[in-house]
Design a protein around this ligand. Structure first.
Ligand SMILES: Cc1cc2nc3c(=O)[nH]c(=O)nc-3n(C[C@H](O)[C@H](O)[C@H](O)COP(=O)(O)OP(=O)(O)OC[C@H]3O[C@@H](n4cnc5c(N)ncnc54)[C@H](O)[C@@H]3O)c2cc1C
Length: 408
């Protein structure tokens, strides 16, 4: 177990945040800045890989809020790289170019998640949160022990520990470990989207900073140049998305099949060939379906980030949502705890005005997200005889024509 600012004897906390991805780090930093005594628990000591991901220009201020000034992101922020825009082949074969130059910030960001997540965790610790790395949340039990509402079982490789907390936050991502231990399930899934990621490397010159998105008969592609150069080696990430139960998904899981599908792409394969990119490392798979908890909060607990609701990567909103709702959650929990200094678990449930506000925000976000997702998929008619697209035509039409503008 590694820990930062950790007094081994300390086992009583205002808030315990489980999971130190972007949502957990943002929630913990916000609470710690208010003076709350926060423990942030992360089971992984280090990740060997994470996908490189994009943020739209509207997220730049949010990154600035948590990590400082990205005026020169390459100089100031490790793992962050400016992007110039999106080129998508979606509704037609004609490329649709969204140039970020014409936005308020003038650029978007591509983040290398290992460094980005580490920077966010350091920010939470600098704000006063205690971070336990290599420590896994195992279970929680409700108690009424003075002001404490929870007894938590945490475990590292070498020891088990018991902690108490007034409030518990589930930031464990799609695994929703806290909610599951409380018996709160995810709502039934309406899609089985799965992502297959392959890294490519080259030793030439590649300063193309446009993200490529391309619809295909059995799914869609995403391709981005990644931040950083190792020696002379430049890397790109190429991701194919399809439904896990479709034959194309089985094909994409293996190098030969992945390459065959990629060869049929209109823009991405030629781009890789021109720059002499070669595949490197294994193909990695990850669930990418839309998912939400049946309840976003309950008595003295809430879920934030992907644990509350996880989006289709087409939205490019996952990190933005994790940081934004992490900040909102931190404020609402602080106000609720301050209002009920000796608050029982019931006083910190959805009847509490602040927790209720958070719950409402989550419900609205989910509705807006569904409208946007369905609108975007329904624009694509080129393969309406293929199951991947047929499934996405069936969803109910959105009532809001703003959907596409917000998605792009
Ligand atoms: C293929 C794909 C592509 C994507 N592309 C983009 C993109 O381009 N742009 C974008 O904005 N978003 C993208 N996303 C979404 C983005 O990755 C997520 O929305 C984001 O990581 C959510 O952050 P989080 O903190 O909620 O969860 P996570 O990042 O999943 O963090 C959860 C943390 O909890 C920890 N944890 C889990 N269980 C326990 C436990 N028992 N005890 C302690 N710790 C635990 C985990 O180790 C992890 O560190 C993509 C997602 C996928 C699948």
């Amino acid at each position: 177990m590694s820990s930062t600012r950790h007094d081994q004897a300390e086992t009583a906390w205002d808030v315990v945040v489980v999971g130190a991805g972007p949502a957990g780090a943002a929630t913990a930093a916000t609470l710690a800045k208010f003076g709350q005594h926060v423990l942030l628990v992360e089971e992984r000591v280090s990740d060997h890989f994470k996908l490189g991901e994009s943020l739209p220009p509207s997220s730049v201020d949010l990154v600035r809020h948590f990590l400082g000034n990205p005026e020169g992101p390459e100089q100031n922020l490790q793992g962050v790289f400016r992007t110039a825009g999106n080129i998508s082949l979606w509704a037609t074969e004609q490329p649709d170019v969204t140039d970020f130059f014409f936005t308020l910030n003038g650029f978007g960001l591509c983040v290398e998640r290992l460094a980005f997540d580490e920077a966010l965790r350091s920010n939470a610790v600098a704000a006063g949160a205690t971070l336990f790395k290599g420590v896994r949340f195992e279970s929680c039990t409700r108690i009424a022990d003075g002001i404490f509402n929870w007894r938590l079982a945490l475990a590292s490789e070498t020891q088990r520990q018991e902690h108490r907390a007034r409030y518990l936050v589930d930031c464990s991502g799609r695994r929703t470990v806290v909610a599951r231990s409380l018996g709160v399930r995810t709502a039934p899934n309406d899609d089985r989207l799965f992502a297959y990621a392959q890294w490519f490397s080259c030793f030439g010159n590649d300063d193309d900073r446009y993200t490529r998105i391309e619809a295909a008969p059995h799914g869609w592609w995403y391709c981005n140049r990644l931040p950083g150069i190792e020696g002379n080696e430049i890397k790109r990430l190429v991701v194919f998305h399809s439904d896990k139960d479709l034959p194309a998904a089985r094909v994409a899981a293996h190098r030969q099949g992945f390459d065959q599908l990629l060869d049929d792409s209109t823009h991405i394969a030629p781009l890789l060939k021109t720059k002499d990119y070669r595949p490197c490392g294994k193909i990695r798979g990850a669930p990418a379906n839309s998912q939400r908890l049946r309840n976003f909060c309950g008595n003295a607990w809430m879920a934030v980030g992907d644990a509350a609701q996880a989006y289709d990567p087409l939205s490019s909103q996952g990190i933005d949502k994790a940081l934004r709702t992490g900040s909102h959650a931190g404020h609402m929990i602080h106000y609720a705890l301050t209002d009920c200094p000796r608050g029982t678990a019931a006083g910190l449930g959805t009847d509490n005005a602040y927790i209720h506000l958070y719950d409402e925000q989550q419900r609205q976000l989910w509705q807006t997200y569904l409208l946007q997702r369905d609108f975007y998929y329904r624009m694509q008619h080129r393969w309406s005889d293929q199951p991947f697209w047929q499934r996405r035509q069936r969803s109910s039409p959105p009532s809001d024509s703003l959907a596409l503008q917000q998605m792009s």
